[in-house]
Unconditional design. Sequence first.
Length: 356
Amino acid sequence: MIRDSLGHLPGVQREEEYRQRIAGALGRCLTETDLPLPEKQRGKVRDRYRAGDSLILVSTDRQSAFDRLLASVPFKGQVLNQTSAWWFAETRQILENHLEAVPHPNVSVVRPCTPFPIEFVVRGYITGTTETSLWTRYKAGERRYCGTEFPEGLEKDQELPRLVVTPTTKGDRDRPVSPEEILREGLMSRRDWERCRDYALDLFAFGQQKARENGLILVDTKYEMGRDGEGEIRLIDEIHTPDSSRYWIAGTYGQRREAGESPDHIDKEFLRAWFADRCDPYGDPVLPEAPRELIEELSYRYILLFEAITGEAFAFPELSGGGRSLAGELRAGGYSFPEQGALSEQETLPGHGEIR
C-alpha cells in the first residue's frame, strides 16, 4: 500500500533502514522533559514552560487517544513539531499563528495567547471510531450534529457533500456543541465564532489541496485559535499533524471503498481501531498493552506522512545509550535559557486535543 502510493519518499526507498532506527529507539523515547524553566504544565502529549515573554511547547513521544495515554512512539514528537512548523509557515497568508522559533526538533517557542474555549473540527468525510465521531453518531441514528443537518443514506468513509465545522468544547472530555449553544452559553461572541469558523474552513481547504498534491487525503482535523496580547486572533497549538488530523492514501481510496474495505490510514486511526476492537478504551480502568510491532508501524507511518507533506527527508536524531535530556540537547544546539518572569493572569496555555 504505502510502497505503491508513496514510493517516491526516502522512507519507502530506505524502509529497512528507517525501521531499524525505529526499533532501536523504542526504549529511548522522549517521554519526560527536564527544562530549567518554571511553571511546567504536563499535558497528555505536550509539556509547556514559561520562557521570558514566550512559551516553550515540547512535543513528546507520548501517544494519546480516547482522552488517555496509550503508549510511547519513537520520533512521534519530532514529527508533530516539525509538521506543525511546516504548516504554520505555509498558512500565514490565511491566518497568522503563534510560532516564533523552532530551536529543537521537538520544541517550539510560541507567543502566549488566550485560547477560545472551542476546538474547531472540520470534516470532509464521514468516518471515525470514538464516541464523538461523526460516523459513530450518524450510525446511531443522529442526523443533526453540532448544528448541521446530515442527509439519509451516507456510508462510512464517504466524502461529505460539503465541508462542515463540528465544534467541541475543550476539557478532559470534549463535548460536541452547536453554534447556537456556543453563543447561548457565552463561549464566544457571534463575530468571533463566525471569523474563526471561516478561518477553519479556509485552512482546511488549503490543507486538502496540499495533501492532494502529495498523494494524500486530508479527511478531517481540529484547529485551536486564540487572541494575542494585542487582541489579534492567531492559530495556536498544532496544525494538520497525524495526531490532530486523519490522512488517507489517495491512490487506494477508491478501490478500497469499492471492495468494502477501510481506507489506508497514515495517521493514528489504526492504533485507535486496535484498542477499540479489544476493549472499552473509555471505560476499562486498565487497557491492553499495544504490541511492539504496532508501535513501530505507527512511528514509520508518522515519518512517511512528514516526508509526504513537506517533501523533506526525516532527520533522525542521534540517540545515546541512556535516556534523553532535552535540556542538554538544547544547550548543545546553542539555545540559552532566558531569565524568567511571572505568567500574567490573562495568559493561558494552549491545550491539546485530537480529532474524533
